[in-house]
Design a protein around this ligand. Structure first.
Ligand SMILES: Cc1cc2nc3c(=O)[nH]c(=O)nc-3n(C[C@H](O)[C@H](O)[C@H](O)COP(=O)(O)O)c2cc1C
Length: 260
């Protein structure tokens, strides 16, 4: 009986509430690197200072990120602090696309730092230019510790926080982010009550009033909200969106959306 009770208590204790992790605070950064003029970069929330003398920062990088190969080979990277007003498209390109598929740096202003890593001025408030000192294999990710060789502030302003980003775009963590939670979007607290078609102005029962989820970045299109950022009024069913409609977060085409 005692054993059964212990197992019961263990069972309750081990049922983790992943929402607790979402109460950890993070900023959002563009981590950039380069080798032989080939630039690479990705969006990271897991960047933090670990010592002050000498100044060191740690970043966590998924092993499938194209940028990791370049960081490990070049042994340099920069941490670029994103401003609150950073356009969603920049985060879409650097945070959901692979550098092996698109030129992420087209239209992005950079200069070469003293380590040779590119430091970014587009949408950034400050940068740290780092040399890799240590790496730690964490299975899915590598923890990279870099010593800061140079740094600068580019503009005064409010840095983008992960919390603000998640709230503004109703985002879940992407698969490669260390904060990823499997099926997070499908957790009951993240799925809003479906509104009956008849309640949505300008729609009929034949219209498709399901919310649709973008298979690339997890953004949800909700008919009752539309997409005012590109002039799609609230109450527009997914099947009435123009064919050229694209995900406001990662720019994926309509074909990438699936009913939830
Ligand atoms: C908000 C946000 C936070 C992210 N945080 C991290 C992170 O801390 N570490 C990581 O490895 N990937 C993170 N990612 C995922 C990478 O940015 C993503 O996998 C990127 O496409 C990798 O690009 P690459 O393959 O060109 O290197 C994050 C993405 C987003 C949108």
């Amino acid at each position: 009986v005692k054993l059964a009770i212990n197992w019961f208590i263990f069972g309750i204790k081990s049922f983790m509430d992943y929402r607790a992790f979402q109460h950890l605070s993070y900023g959002l950064y563009l981590v950039a690197t380069a080798l032989n003029n080939r630039k690479a970069g990705y969006i990271a929330n897991t960047v933090f200072q670990v010592t002050s003398k000498p100044p060191r920062v740690a970043v966590s990088c998924h092993k499938e990120n194209e940028s990791l190969k370049v960081i490990l080979e070049s042994k340099v990277f920069s941490v670029n602090v994103l401003a609150k007003e950073t356009p969603a498209g920049l985060i879409g390109n650097f945070g959901y696309m692979s550098g092996s598929e698109i030129d992420k740096f087209a239209g992005i202003e950079t200069i070469s730092g003293i380590t040779g890593a590119p430091v970014v001025s587009s949408s950034c408030l400050a940068w740290l230019d780092c040399r890799v000192e240590e790496t730690l294999d964490l299975g899915t990710h590598m923890l990279i510790i870099g010593q800061v060789a140079d740094s600068a502030v580019l503009a005064e302003g409010e840095p983008l926080t992960y919390r603000y980003y998640r709230k503004k775009f109703r985002m879940v963590s992407p698969v490669h982010a260390p904060t990823y939670i499997e099926n997070e979007k499908l957790h009951p607290q993240n799925v809003s009550e479906k509104q009956p078609a008849a309640d949505i102005p300008g729609t009929s029962q034949e219209d498709d009033n399901e919310p649709y989820i973008c298979a690339i970045c997890g953004h949800i299109y909700r008919p009752e909200e539309g997409d005012p950022s590109v002039g799609i009024p609230p109450g527009t069913p997914f099947n009435k969106l123009p064919e050229e409609y694209r995900c406001p977060i990662c720019n994926a085409g309509k074909d990438y959306f699936k009913p939830m």
